[in-house]
Design a binder for this molecule. Structure first.
Ligand SMILES: Cc1cc2nc3c(=O)[nH]c(=O)nc-3n(C[C@H](O)[C@H](O)[C@H](O)COP(=O)(O)OP(=O)(O)OC[C@H]3O[C@@H](n4cnc5c(N)ncnc54)[C@H](O)[C@@H]3O)c2cc1C
Length: 412
């Protein structure tokens, strides 16, 4: 059976790796020309995502991933702060967590290696359809069409494939614009070094401004102590932060800025909203080249709205179907789990125990449930952030955060 995968992001490469490992003929096409030249901060892989990956890639790729990942159990509890940097409380104890964090770039490079020469870069897909024999076909802006037994759209939020299947967009802007950057822990002042600590945290202020500061240390907190296998692009304790604002005409102007200009503009937006200088140090000390903006898009949280098409020999997975804002840290994991599920069902079709259409039908039913679950979690945080952008929400945030901060001080 020949499978063509459109999109070599996390889900598409995971599927390509799994299909190749099981002996399928597979081609993955991505418009990027270099898998390492990809934006993004870190990806959290929970136990289910790791277990799905174990089904998809060779054990050695998994070992290298763990040696390049940072274990959440070795991190201190997450912290919640107000805009002045006062502690409001802590997240749950992480000592039992099986999750790991890994650089998006590192993960993508490892998965690309697993796909090997089945990955074709620099290929921009313009559409999908059927050839003269009724087989699914992929069309390129530059190049001859390619036919297959099964076509899978893993082409992310603005998916050409899912749009074709659904007859329109499968998601819409969630109302938040995000900006990310990387800051080496050693570049912070001793006070901020101490306050942020070896943990991730979230600060929320009035008018929908939020700052997530993720701690990534694949060396000190390695998930597998095997330095010879390590290939993480992050080589020391690093804060990978994400600033969030409600989308408005004022944030639109930020979208055209890059690097140092964007960094300065972001600092200005936080200062206008009354954030203390110390809480902004992590942004001010970031590598300007690492600062980039991205819009949050979200699909419906209702399972029945996802993949609203009859099953056939063209399908889609991951963000193409259930675009998930990064606020739950589960979008990549869900795409990997989609890939593992599709591999299981397609293998059953190849063995003759199911028709290909039935296999896709079963896969899509599970994907709807998975997508709805992660979207519901991610949208909870999105709604919470947006609620502080109302007059009442802003007032409540200003009034309640000092009280929560005082209560947190009493507890410690
Ligand atoms: C640049 C980037 C950075 C991200 N950073 C983070 C992060 O740091 N943390 C996090 O939790 N999540 C991040 N995400 C989101 C997270 O990676 C996704 O939720 C998750 O990977 C879903 O996987 P996916 O395979 O469905 O889509 P994606 O990983 O988005 O992959 C889609 C792929 O399709 C390709 N593509 C799109 N259209 C076409 C076309 N017409 N022709 C050919 N190829 C096409 C894209 O180049 C891309 O490689 C990021 C996504 C992107 C695109």
């Amino acid at each position: 059976m020949r499978v063509v995968v459109v999109g070599g992001g996390i889900g598409g490469l995971a599927l390509g790796a799994g299909l190749r490992r099981r002996g399928f003929e597979v081609a993955v096409f991505d418009r990027d020309t270099d898998v390492a030249a990809t934006g993004g901060y870190h990806i959290t892989l929970d136990e289910r995502a790791q277990s799905a990956l174990k089904d998809l890639v060779e054990p050695m790729i998994m070992q290298r991933l763990l040696a390049s990942g940072s274990a959440l159990r070795l991190r201190e509890r997450d912290a919640f702060w107000d805009r002045r940097g006062r502690l409001l409380g802590h997240g749950p104890d992480l000592s039992d967590s099986a999750s790991i964090d890994v650089d998006r770039i590192t993960l993508r490079m490892l998965l690309a290696e697993a796909v090997g020469d089945g990955l074709h870069l620099g290929c921009n897909v313009s559409g999908v359809g059927h050839d003269d024999h009724g087989a699914p076909q992929v069309l390129f802006t530059d190049g001859a069409p390619v036919s297959a037994d099964l076509v899978v759209g893993a082409d992310g939020t603005h998916s050409v494939v899912a749009r074709h299947l659904a007859g329109g967009p499968t998601n819409s802007p969630a109302g938040i614009i995000g900006f990310s950057g990387r800051t080496l822990r050693r570049d912070l002042s001793p006070g901020e070094h101490q306050r942020l600590g070896p943990r991730s945290g979230l600060a929320i202020g009035p008018r929908g401004a939020a700052l997530y500061v993720g701690f990534l240390d694949p060396v000190g907190n390695t998930a597998l102590d095997a330095p010879e296998l390590r290939m993480s692009v992050t080589t020391g304790p690093t804060y990978i932060w994400g600033a969030m604002f409600p989308e408005s005409t004022s944030t639109d102007s930020l979208r055209d800025l890059r690097g140092g200009e964007l960094q300065a503009a972001l600092l200005g937006r936080f200062r206008e909203r009354g954030w203390a200088e110390r809480t902004l140090e992590v942004i001010a000390q970031a590598d300007p080249h690492s600062v980039a903006g991205f819009r949050f898009n979200a699909a419906s949280t209702r399972a029945e709205d996802l993949a609203p098409w009859p099953a056939g020999r063209i399908t889609a997975l991951g963000d193409a179907v259930h675009a998930t804002p990064p606020t739950a840290g589960m979008g990549a994991g869900a795409a990997i789990r989609d890939a593992a599920s599709l591999l299981t069902h397609v293998s059953a079709a190849a063995d003759g125990t199911a028709t290909l259409t039935d296999a896709v039908d079963h896969f899509e039913a599970g994907m709807r449930r998975r997508g709805s679950e992660v979207l519901t979690l991610a949208m909870k945080t999105v709604r919470w952030i947006l609620a502080t952008d109302t007059t009442l929400g802003a007032a409540a945030t200003v009034v309640s955060t000092p009280i929560l901060a005082a209560a947190a001080r009493l507890r410690h």
